[in-house]
Every structure is written in structure tokens, then in C-alpha cells.
Ligand binder design. Structure first.
Ligand code: PEP
Ligand code: MG
Length: 587
């Protein structure tokens, strides 16, 4: 039966495909489709891991000290029974064979199914057996980690298996952490739907960076949509249509091909210079999360990297990456960009971007993580970690133009401490004979309202500014950017937000300090005129948005935008604001 769900659109376009439900537990493991000719090898890998665990448990049982409590033996017996239970093992093998899931994915998927049954039973003793089940699965996962699979990724999977009649895959999940989202960069999912999330949650940002349609905050999607359901994701409106009628399917297929045509037309703009009709040169730069993204930035015609979110290098690891590993990552971006500027932001973790190794230390238990020890606050509290990152960035500056960008600054002493540490990192490089650019520029994200209001403090001390509208909106309006329950109140056009952006731009320009916008507002073509009219000349966004924004820039006449934009900034009543925005759009 066909039905429609509504969520928050986060990445434009239309995706049509089969639902791939991903259970929360399975997100902690790799998940990919095994190539058809590797299925039996994957089953064998699973069985071998089972044998390893069986032997482990057997050894434990044999070596139980004579005075061990009686329950210990019984407990090991239960684990051995669970290990071989058809509901777990055989079902997982069926998932490998029929769905082509890798062994880890199949096992955690089955764990999720069985867990639901356990939660439903009344008998407390039986309910407690769920913990045993989880422990057994953990053991098997560990054993699997010791025997990595040679199976190939989705990229060469579905198409080959299903020939011409293939269906694209659309991920449906309750929620996906930003670090897990990174896995999808290498795979060919065609869309995303999640129950939770907001427009600028980091999960949404990564989905947008993949350039594929996505809707978040689609409540109950993962409960209502079933595996393999045919679904349409309209990334422009946030609508998800499940099991569409043929006529609806036809309509969306048509719209999909229209959009593909539009995209192809946009490609023609790639090599034209970016300037407004009146000849103002505009710089369009790229936001990236991983070193490999730099190639797409260059390919889209970005004139540099305006924001490299380095925290993604730190996520999902037990330890912070070593200096050499970081240096290699930063240098790769710098060399890929072939002499174009690369703005490397120091680690910005916390709130909706947790780090694995920190959660182990109880960090994530902060009362209010968005207001807690995140971003530069954490870096300053971990000077050795921070110095390691700064040295790695400085060393990359020997290979091309690099700027250092600091997230979440609000206080003068934070800026001063940061500058002192950068100085110290330079001295350490000198001592070690490591080359770097001594004039490397240092800038601040303006993403806390206090920073925007006290921007003079920043202009005096730093070389450039970059406005992070995602957090600026979150903190100005007190709206959690990742919480779909308040997503309707997350408003980039709130007069207070526009006032802070405009104030920052004006003051920076007056002081002759370069300023850009790197939040998601910069990549929204519907807001390009507004930002141009406020005087912005440097926009940083995901490469997938670059040509749409460029098209708006090429059509804009800056002097004509000034008056309507002044009207927008002076409008405090919603009706007045809407009328001013309509006039701006009609120019
Ligand atoms: C922002 O806050 O606008 C920004 C660009 O940084 P992030 O989205 O990584 O918090
Ligand atoms: Mg931010």
C-alpha cells in the first residue's frame, strides 16, 4: 500500500530505489554488499569466526578453576548454545546469501531483530538473556575483525548482480552518526532517509556533500518502511513516497531526468569566471571532510578550500591520529589543490560530532554538549593533541598556501592562547628542522553570537574571518541544529541572524580583513542574492552546490541588490520580511 512521509529536505534531487534498512547496531560495523561470486567465501568467513569463538569458550570452560562459582560454567554453556543457535547463526547466513550483506552487517542485523523479541517478553529471566546474546555477537565480531573480507563494495555489486533491471539503494535508518556517514562516501547508495536530524546536522551536511538526495527528521521512517520497499525520496521537499502508484513513479522519473538535464547544463558554467553582471569578482571555495574530497572540489571549479573539517580524521578511532598521519592528510589536500589556498580548520569535536576515544573517557556525558568542552575549548584543554595538529598543519604549509582556521572562539584569551600555541608549534618545527610557511594566516570562525557582536576583538588579532552560519543560527536562536523536534524554528532568515551576519561582514570590510561564509547558507542558491547584497564576496560550500550558486552569481547585479537587501535587513515583521525577500527574488 502506498503512503507518504514528510521530513526535512537536506540534499536536493530525486532518488528512486529500494529501501536498505540499517539497524542502529549494524552502524558500528562496516556494511557493504558482497560480490555474488564471493558470497560463499563470506559465509565461510562467518563460520570460521564462529569456530574461533567456540574454541575460545571451550578453552575458558576447560580452564575454569575448580573453585569458580557454579554459574560460570552454566554461563559459558549458554553462550555456546547461543553461538550455534539457528535464530542467530543460520539467520545471519541467510542474510549473507540472500541479501549479500557482509558477515558483520548480517550478524548485527540479526541481533537487532532478536533484541526486539527479547524486549517484548514478560519473563525477566529471559529478557536478561539479551545481554548474553550481545556478548556472544561481540565475540564473533571481534573474531571477524581478525579476518578481514576480500569482498568488494557495493560499487561493483548491485549493477553486476541484477543486470539491466537494477534498482538503486536508498538507506533508511533511525539516525546515522557523522562518522558512520563517512563510510557511505565510498559506496553507491542513491539516497538517505533518517528518522532524526535537522537541516544542518552534521549527518545532513555529509549527505549533502555526497550530492545525493536526502531527507532527515522523517519520523518513524525506519519503523514504517520495510526492507526492499520501493521508495521515492524528494530531496527538494523532504517527501518520501513508499510503494508509489505507477503514475506517481512515472512523474518522479520524469522530474528526475529533468534534473539530470539541468545538472548537465550547469556543467557548462564550470570554466567561466565567477563574477556578477556588474563585474564584481566572487570567490567560490569548497568545504571538505576528507582529503579525497579535494579532487571533487577542484573538479567543480572551486578556487580553493574554504573549510577542511579535520575532525573527520579523528572520528571513529581509539586514539588521535599521529602527527605523520595528519601531515600526510593535510599535504594531500594542499598538493591536490595545485597552488590554490587551503583553509584547514583545527579539530571541532563535541555536540553532534563525538569522538570514539573521548566517549570512553566519559566526555560525552557533558550536561549540555553543544555548550560544553567542544572545538577550540577542547583543543586548549589538550595542548599536546593541539600542538600535534598545529605542527602537522604548519608542515603542510611548506607545500602550498595554507590558512589555519579556529572554530568556536568567543573570548580574547582563547584567541591569545591559540596564537601562543601556534607560535610554540612553529618553534617546535624550527627545533626539529621542519619546513613551514612562517607567514601562515590564522583566522577565526564567527559562529557564536558573542563573537559576531564583539567582532572588533577578532579583527584586531586575526588575519581573516569565516562566518559559520550553522552554529551561529543554532546559538542565536537556541535551537539544536540536529534536533528535528525544533527544526521548524531553525531559521536562517530570522532578523537576529541576518543582523549578526551583516554586522560581521560590515565590520570586517571596514577593517580590511577578508571574510567569508562557510556555513550551509553559503551553498544555498536561494540565499546567494541576499549574501551578495550584504557585501559577501567569498562563499565556501560543498562542491556539489558550487555550480548552482555560481549560476545565481552570474545573474546578479550587485548595485541593484543593495536597496532590496537593506529592506530585508530592516524588516522585523514576518510579512514585511517575506515581501522584501519576494522583491529581492524578482529583480
Ligand atoms: C558552521 O557552524 O557553520 C560551520 C561551518 O561549521 P560546522 O558545520 O562544522 O559546525
Ligand atoms: Mg560550526
Amino acid at each position: 500500500m502506498s503512503f507518504t512521509l514528510h521530513g526535512i529536505p537536506v540534499s536536493r534531487g530525486i532518488a528512486i530505489g529500494r529501501a536498505y534498512l540499517i539497524a542502529p547496531a549494524s552502524l558500528d560495523v562496516d556494511h557493504y554488499l558482497v560480490a555474488p561470486d564471493e558470497i560463499e567465501a563470506e559465509v565461510a568467513r562467518f563460520c570460521a569466526a564462529q569456530d574461533v569463538v567456540h574454541n575460545e569458550l571451550e578453552t575458558l570452560r576447560v580452564e575454569l578453576p575448580a573453585d569458580a562459582p557454579g554459574e560460570m560454567g552454566a554461563f559459558l554453556n549458554v553462550h555456546m548454545l547461543i553461538l550455534r543457535d539457528a535464530m542467530l547463526a543460520e539467520a545471519a547466513v541467510v542474510l549473507i546469501r540472500t541479501r549479500r550483506y557482509n558477515a558483520e552487517w548480517a550478524l548485527t542485523e540479526q541481533l537487532e531483530q532478536l533484541s526486539k523479541h527479547f524486549d517484548e517478553v514478560d519473563d525477566e529471566y529471559l529478557r536478561e538473556r539479551k545481554a548474553d546474546l550481545e556478548q556472544v555477537v561481540e565475540r564473533v565480531l571481534k573474531a571477524l575483525a581478525g579476518s578481514p573480507s576480500a569482498a568488494s563494495l557495493v560499487a561493483n555489486g548491485v549493477a553486476a548482480a541484477e543486470g539491466g533491471a537494477r534498482h538503486e539503494m536508498i538507506v533508511v535508518a533511525h539516525d546515522i552518526a557523522p562518522a558512520d556517514m563517512m563510510q557511505f562516501k565510498t559506496q553507491t547508495f542513491r539516497g538517505f532517509v533518517t528518522d532524526l536530524g535537522g537541516r544542518t546536522s552534521h549527518t545532513a551536511i555529509v549527505a549533502r556533500s555526497l550530492g545525493i538526495p536526502a531527507a532527515v527528521g522523517v519520523q518513524q521512517a525506519s519503523a514504517l518502511i520495510r526492507q526492499d520497499d520501493l521508495i521515492i525520496v524528494d530531496g527538494d521537499t523532504g517527501i518520501v513516497i513508499v510503494d508509489p502508484a505507477p503514475i506517481i513513479l512515472e512523474e518522479y522519473s520524469y522530474r528526475q531526468s529533468e534534473k539530470a538535464l539541468e545538472q548537465r547544463k550547469l556543467q557548462r558554467l564550470k570554466f567561466s569566471p565567477t563574477q556578477t553582471v556588474d563585474g564584481t569578482k566572487i570567490d567560490l571555495l569548497a568545504n571538505i571532510e576528507l582529503p579525497d574530497d579535494a579532487a571533487a572540489a577542484l573538479g567543480a571549479g572551486a578556487v580553493g578550500i574554504g573549510l577542511f573539517r579535520t575532525e573527520f580524521l579523528f572520528m571513529g578511532k581509539h586514539e588521535s591520529p599521529e602527527e605523520e598521519e595528519q601531515f600526510a592528510a593535510y599535504r594531500k589536500v594542499v598538493t591536490t589543490m595545485q597552488g590554490l589556498p587551503v583553509t584547514i580548520r583545527t579539530i571541532d569535536v563535541g555536540a553532534d560530532k563525538p569522538l570514539d576515544h573521548r566517549s570512553a573517557e566519559g566526555f560525552e556525558a557533558a550536561t549540555n554538549p553543544a555548550l560544553g568542552l567542544r572545538a577550540i575549548r577542547w583543543s586548549l584543554s589538550e595542548p599536546q593533541m593541539f600542538l600535534t595538529q598545529l605542527r602537522a598543519i604548519l608542515r603542510a604549509s611548506a607545500f602550498g598556501p595554507v590558512k589555519i582556521l579556529i572554530p568556536m572562539l568567543a573570548h580574547a584569551q582563547e584567541i591569545d592562547q591559540t596564537l601562543d600555541l601556534i607560535h610554540e608549534a612553529k618553534l617546535q618545527c624550527d627545533d626539529a628542522g621542519l619546513a613551514y610557511d612562517p607567514n601562515v594566516k590564522v583566522g577565526a570562525m564567527i559562529e557564536i553570537p558573542a563573537a559576531a557582536l564583539a567582532v572588533q576583538m577578532f579583527l584586531k588579532r586575526l588575519d581573516f574571518l569565516s562566518i559559520g552560519t550553522n552554529d551561529l543560527i543554532q546559538y542565536t536562536l537556541a535551537i539544536d541544529r540536529a534536533d528535528n523536534a525544533v527544526a521548524h524554528l531553525y531559521d536562517p532568515l530570522h532578523p537576529a541572524v541576518l543582523g549578526l551576519i551583516s554586522h560581521t561582514l560590515k565590520e570586517a570590510q571596514r577593517a580590511g580583513v577578508p571574510v567569508s561564509v562557510c556555513g550551509e547558507m553559503a551553498g544555498d542558491p536561494a540565499l546567494t542574492r541576499l549574501l551578495l547584497g550584504m557585501g559577501l564576496t567569498e562563499f565556501s560550500m560543498h562542491p556539489s552546490q558550487l555550480l548552482s550558486v555560481k549560476q545565481e552569481v552570474l545573474r546578479a547585479h550587485r548595485p541593484n541588490l543593495e536597496k532590496p537587501v537593506q529592506d530585508v535587513l530592516a524588516a522585523y515583521e514576518p510579512a514585511e520580511l517575506q515581501a522584501s525577500l519576494a522583491r529581492l527574488a524578482a529583480i
